[in-house]
Design a protein around this ligand. Structure first.
Ligand code: NAP
Length: 259
């Protein structure tokens, strides 16, 4: 496997104003890529852009975008091509999470928010970017979730959006691989970011290093993006090393010997 340099390559990151997207924008810039930062909060994006420029000197662009609006997403892709002439990488990252333990009481707005962002948004961005990724033999990275591989009873709708992402990513891989596009699904485990309902965000529930940090997911994205045009990494699960400890408590050898 040869890893290619990201020097001068052009990357779009959706949801770049916080968490995994923000960390990914920094990691890509540090690897030499020109970075297009997109999310809804323009003021936050502009601060991150300035900081990335000061630190790395790479070219950057901010395009405020609500990924639920397909015309806005098309403008994001057009602005990128106008500015840089190409797209080498799309990181489909923007996503939201709301809980639904009592499904019958779940606000319809929460359902629409998750479906619009996690499903429609990833579809719109992929649809608009694909022709450019074919031209550049580029890479398409989807941020899925460990909740997209297992039942997750407390967040059924969120989990379902991530099962959709997984099915979509692998199907696009199957179709576009021969057109030169590398497709990778990155599945983070619990990561300390702003995700979650405003009153219980991950970042407020966990101390530093108690769960994954966004930079660890960003490193996986950079690794995926560095696959050259003959190889791809189809799926990466990023988890703490104690991933299954709770699931198998009592069955692991050290648990039985302790009893
Ligand atoms: N943190 C975890 O434990 C975890 C685990 C597995 C998977 N993930 C996935 O990782 C991805 C990133 O989440 P995160 O944990 O980094 O959360 P985060 O810190 O809340 O970041 C989410 C990003 O998405 C943007 N966003 C939200 N709605 C948007 C919209 N309609 N249009 C454009 N951008 C929008 C937000 O920016 P604005 O508010 O400025 O728009 C923000 O930049 C998501 O796909 C999430 O499902 C996270």
């Amino acid at each position: 496997m040869t890893l290619r340099s990201l020097d001068g390559r052009v990357a779009i990151v959706t949801g770049a104003s916080s968490g995994i997207g923000q960390a990914t924008a920094y990691a890509l810039a540090r690897a030499g890529a020109s970075v297009v930062l997109s999310a809804r909060r323009e003021d936050v994006l502009s601060e991150i852009e300035q900081d990335i420029r000061d630190e790395t000197g790479v070219d950057t662009l901010v395009v405020p975008t609500d990924v639920r609006d397909h015309e806005a997403v098309e403008r994001l892709i057009e602005r990128t091509v106008e500015e840089f002439g190409r797209i080498d990488l799309l990181v489909n990252n923007a996503g939201v999470l709301r809980r639904d333990i009592a499904l019958e009481n779940m606000p319809i707005e929460d359902y629409e928010l998750m479906m619009g962002t996690n499903v429609d948004g990833m579809f719109y961005a992929t649809r608009a970017a694909l022709p450019h990724l074919r031209e550049s033999n580029g890479n398409l990275v989807f941020i899925g979730s460990d909740s997209g591989k297992h039942p997750d009873p407390g967040i059924a709708v969120y989990a379902a959006t991530k099962w959709w992402t997984r099915g979509f990513a692998h199907s696009i891989h199957a179709r576009e691989g021969r057109n030169g596009v590398g497709v990778t699904l990155v599945n983070p485990g619990d990561t300390r970011t702003e995700i979650g309902p405003p009153d219980s965000r991950m970042v407020d529930q966990y101390e530093e290093d108690e769960i994954l940090e966004a930079v660890e997911i960003a490193d996986a994205v950079v690794f995926a993006a560095r696959q050259d045009s003959s190889t791809t990494i189809s799926e990466i699960d990023v988890s703490g090393r104690d991933l299954m400890t709770d699931t198998y408590r009592g069955l692991l050898p050290e648990d039985s010997s302790a009893e």
